[in-house]
Design a protein around this ligand. Structure first.
Ligand SMILES: [Zn+2]
Length: 545
């Protein structure tokens, strides 16, 4: 039997309703032996008392149920987003406040690049803040008329390109591929929406984005960024898992220094489902404590602010046309049923309310054809769900992972442009989900927004937009419910609640170590809580100060 360490804390928020608060936690073999008072834990035998967290607050390590290891990959490329953002090395990338500022920055970067024909890719662009003006071909051609330039939007569903990319990809007025945006005269504007169109641009530019974005180094950078935010378990929620990525993840997770448990979800849209089932069944046999294969991801529509979400009547508030399907109603049954029948848990990306209907119809059909208890399929984002859709989720045993960060980042835009006031106020309806007993988590979708579960919890509790608007007062939830959603709630949606998400006997010794007590500060200050570091399986990781 190995040694017992008992950690003393100012307070421990256990998320175990039988014993919600404690002052000490005992750890042995990377697992929690018990949480309670010191004299209660002494009964386990000889121990070492560790007082280093005596002035701090311990919580279960945060569980990020929808993020992408992409967050570790994108920082290889320049950021051209609207909001200031911290890079993994802690430096601040300044937000750019107009299309002109964006193109000026891109010209600067382009001039500094060698004349080797390498493409220029930038990310984080968010045209929706620029008064309705879209980036066009002339804007991007102004950066370079020779080098291929790809400007990826913050939602990653849309990009703008220049003429060299369109020429190489063979995209012109006659190209009939879904997602190629054309002007009134029928000419491509350089804007490409969703996978089929974007893929043409990546291929033409010689960029294998999937490989660059999820190699071993990307996994490490992602894990470090997550760890700084108190995260001990994070998903990589869409990955085609080529061998190079699998090998990189296996190597990274084998290191004692790798600070998170990583859960990649297989992006099932482009592989024949029979092959996908076999591939993931084989990968699952290679799982270790810190790397868990087995999740499946299907992407239905696009994003609301990218104007590519599939909406029911009456559609976009600003009258723009309905969005586009990645996996649409004609394909989803075949894909979902294959993975459902094979016993996998499927995560379905849905933003618009039409997409939510399509996903729920497909789940209902799959469950009818192949009854399965506790399938725990998850609708991801589910941003536009109304109360009836939440009731349907509850009836079907479907979990909701809501995109609470959207309220801050795009809430104003949804109120004024995309959804209009009524639907904007109900979006990411955490209170309605809880009232209908839908198992619920909340997420950041990094790199779409930065990873930081306490910020995400702040969004769900306060529902303040970037301009300070209170968006949907009735959908606000309590601090306790929000903290549950970033710990045990998220663990449940990953079928890991037996192992993670609360501080109680038998579970993994995964902790978030905080300087401040979330229950002891005003709810508006939740996002300002400072994080000392984490513990993962008893191993301590201090965040650099
Ligand atoms: Zn995502």
């Amino acid at each position: 039997m190995s040694a017992i360490t008992i950690y003393a804390a100012r307070r421990i928020l256990t998320m175990n309703p039988n014993r919600p608060f404690a002052t000490h936690v005992a750890v042995r073999d990377g697992r929690i032996l018990g949480a309670g008072r010191l004299e209660e834990l002494e009964g386990w035998g000889p121990f070492q008392l560790d007082r280093r967290f005596e002035t701090m607050v311990l919580m279960p390590g945060f569980v990020e149920g929808h993020s992408h290891a992409f967050e570790g990959g994108v920082w290889k490329f320049p950021y051209v987003g609207f909001f200031d953002r911290r890079a993994p090395d802690g430096t601040l990338a300044r937000g750019l406040k107009s299309i002109e500022e964006v193109t000026a920055r891109l010209r600067e970067i382009e001039r500094a690049m060698p004349d080797d024909g390498q493409p220029l890719l930038a990310w984080g662009f968010d045209p929706i803040y620029f008064g309705g003006r879209r980036m066009n071909l002339a804007d991007v051609d102004g950066v370079s008329s020779v080098r291929k330039v790809l400007v990826v939007h913050s939602n990653f569903h849309v990009m703008n390109t220049n003429t060299p990319v369109l020429l190489q990809a063979g995209i012109d007025r006659s190209t009939n591929v879904h997602g190629i945006v054309k002007d009134e005269s029928g000419e491509p504007t350089g804007e490409l929406q969703e996978m089929a169109a974007k893929y043409m641009a990546y291929r033409a530019s010689g960029i294998d984005l999937a490989a660059v974005m999820s190699d071993e180094q990307a996994a490490w950078r992602f894990a470090r960024v997550a760890q700084l935010a108190g995260v001990t378990t994070a998903t990589d929620l869409h990955n085609e898992l080529p061998d190079s990525t699998v090998d990189g993840y296996l190597r990274a997770s084998a290191s004692a220094e790798f600070p998170i448990r990583l859960l990649p979800a297989f992006g099932a849209g482009t592989t024949p489902p029979e092959q996908g089932v076999e591939k993931i069944a084989a990968l699952r046999r290679r799982n270790n404590d810190k790397l868990r294969f087995g999740l499946i991801k299907i992407v239905t529509d696009g994003s609301i602010q990218g104007l590519s979400a599939r909406m029911r009547w009456p559609g976009y508030y600003n009258g723009l046309p309905n969005g586009v399907w990645n996996v649409g109603p004609d394909e989803i049954d075949r894909i979902l049923q294959a993975y459902h029948r094979a016993g996998f848990q499927v995560n379905i990306h849905t933003n618009g309310d039409e997409a939510i209907d399509v996903a729920l119809d497909a789940i209902e059909k799959a469950v009818h054809l192949h009854p399965r208890r506790d399938h725990r399929h998850v609708l991801q984002h589910v941003q536009m769900a109304d109360a009836a859709q939440f009731r349907r989720m509850a009836a079907l045993g479907v979990c909701a992972n809501l995109f609470a960060n959207h309220i801050f980042y795009w809430g104003d835009i949804h109120y004024t442009q995309t959804l209009g006031p009524e639907r904007a106020e109900r979006m990411n309806g955490c209170a309605t989900a809880l009232a209908n007993r839908v198992p619920m988590a909340i997420h950041c979708d990094a790199p779409v927004t930065p990873i930081g579960p306490l910020f995400t919890a702040w969004c769900a509790v306060n529902r303040r937009t970037a301009s300070g608007r209170l968006l949907g007062e009735a959908e606000r939830i309590s601090v306790a419910d929000a903290l549950r959603a970033i710990t045990l709630g998220a663990a449940y949606t990953l079928k890991l609640d037996q192992e993670l998400g609360s501080i109680e006997v038998g579970k993994r010794a995964d902790l978030a170590i905080l300087h401040d007590d979330p229950f002891d500060i005003p709810a508006e200050a939740l996002r300002d809580i400072r994080i000392w570091g984490t513990m993962l399986g008893g191993h301590i990781f201090q965040a650099p100060t």
